[in-house]
Design a protein around this ligand. Sequence first.
Ligand code: F3S
Ligand code: F3S
Length: 105
Amino acid sequence: SYVIAEPCIDVMDRACIDECPVDCIYEGPRKLYIHPDECIDCSACEPACPVEAIFFAEDLPTEWHVYADANVDFFTDLGSPGGAAAIGRRDRDAACVAARPIPAI
Ligand code: F3S
Ligand code: F3S
């Protein structure tokens, strides 16, 4: 499936959401996550992201492989709801995202 990597953190442009035909891009407090089982690999989201945060999992830069794990982590307690719109913004991020320092304003 596709994976949203580090550039999305604290940016959250959300342009990707409008492109996804199966509504499988879910929102956490500081980042968005593509559901690894619900994504149909259509790739429509990838060019929409202004900060180039979205990659096919196999094409993730080595330093961002952790975001493929974060993608799974984010959904362990949620399962497969079959649509992000009904879920809204969740109150937790994957651990590796939550641990990132909050940028100074
Ligand atoms: Fe994030 Fe890019 Fe989507 S910044 S919310 S992955 S458009
Ligand atoms: Fe949706 Fe992107 Fe997958 S548009 S189906 S999350 S490749």
